[in-house]
Design a protein around this ligand. Structure first.
Ligand SMILES: O=P(O)(O)OC[C@H]1O[C@](O)(COP(=O)(O)O)[C@@H](O)[C@@H]1O
Ligand SMILES: [Mg+2]
Ligand SMILES: [Mg+2]
Length: 334
């Protein structure tokens, strides 16, 4: 007998425990899974199908778009807009939120996503990913921007897919975190990492050190103390990693602990933070907290922030509980 648990079976079994579940959410998630499998195929075939390189355009955030940023966004939008489960969508790659075409029914959920995270890594063949979050919406109506501006605590589901040596999906619906590996042979995600937990202690940090001179004092202090190793107040040596792919950093932390910082900095006064709240920080914060970690701006829990805009950016400090708490304490003391 085959005891492998597919993602589809996992979701259906979880929904069976929810009274009055209509199956809508299960079907929505299944559509996201299909989109991510298609993206995995494109990423994997790379230049064989001519998808690498720049598209020569800019997105709303003034970032140069890669061809794959656009291709993956189209895949997500076109896989989800017809299903009848969504009232609308918002994406990193679209200035305004995305309406459901008039010929299709509007549903009771909103999907927000970063279709290709870490896209600067695509041309150098390093891991990239897709991040998504599902929110509730007033049913059957054309949403307004305000419908998207919900606190992270209100997320119904958050997940990310990492297109690495293996393609994996990490998912939470607020009941722990589970990891699934895509079995290319049968085209199904299989539960391989049940109940992922982040160790509370760590001696590994991830930060873009090239921004050091722009950080605030609490972050300077924390990193200085890590670098002093056994000779400093921490009394132990730290290791450093920086993949420049949020999904890869988060996955590493879920697997072996660690702390990730993309903190506030004063490099560009118009852009004091890099990561976007709705479709990067919030879904990751939900996952990290569900796995026993913490996620903060340094001054505020990410999941408690009331969003002010669909593309709002926030400082992000996440990972092993005791380490994030230490950095938050340094902010409180400053
Ligand atoms: O290039 P930097 O400044 O190190 O920033 C890397 C960060 O930017 C991101 O690539 C932003 O995501 P996008 O690629 O979706 O814009 C994160 O994945 C990563 O953590
Ligand atoms: Mg991103
Ligand atoms: Mg992106």
């Amino acid at each position: 007998m085959n005891n492998r648990v597919t993602l589809t079976r996992f979701i259906i079994e979880q929904q069976a425990n929810v009274p009055d579940a209509s199956g809508t959410f299960t079907m929505l998630l299944s559509n996201i899974v299909t989109a991510c499998k298609e993206i995995a195929q494109k990423v994997n075939r790379g230049q064989l199908i001519g998808v690498l390189g720049s598209a020569g355009s800019e997105n709303v955030q003034g970032e140069v778009q890669k061809k794959l940023d656009i291709i993956t966004n189209d895949i997500m939008v076109n896989s989800l807009n017809w299903t009848g489960h969504l009232a609308g969508m918002a994406s990193e790659e679209n200035d305004e939120f995305i309406s459901i075409p008039p010929q299709y029914k509007k549903g009771k959920y909103l999907a927000v996503f970063d279709p290709l995270d870490g896209s600067s890594n695509i041309d150098v063949n390093l891991a990239v990913g897709t991040i998504f979050s599902i929110l509730r919406c007033r049913e059957g109506v054309e949403p307004e921007e305000g419908d998207f501006l919900r606190k992270g605590t209100e997320q119904v589901c958050a997940g990310f897919v990492i297109y690495g040596p293996s393609t994996m999906m990490v998912l939470t619906t607020g009941n722990g975190v589970n990891g699934f590996t895509l079995d290319q042979g049968i085209g199904e995600f299989i539960l391989t990492h049940p109940n992922m937990r982040i160790p509370e202690e760590t001696s590994e940090f991830a930060i873009n050190m090239s921004n050091q001179r722009f950080w605030e004092t609490p972050v300077q202090r924390y990193i200085d103390e890590c670098l002093q190793g056994t000779e400093g107040v921490r009394g132990k040596d730290f290791n450093m990693r920086w993949v420049a792919s949020f999904v890869a950093e988060a996955y590493r932390i879920l697997t072996r602990g660690g702390v990730f910082l993309y903190p506030w900095d004063n490099r560009d006064p118009k852009k004091p933070a890099k990561l976007r709240l709705l479709y990067e920080a919030n879904p990751m914060a939900f996952i990290i907290e569900q796995a026993g970690g913490l996620c903060s701006t340094g001054r505020e829990r990410i999941l408690d922030i009331k969003p002010s805009g669909v593309h709002q950016r926030v400082p992000v400090i996440l990972g092993s509980k005791n380490e994030v708490q230490r950095i938050v304490d340094y902010h409180l003391q400053s």
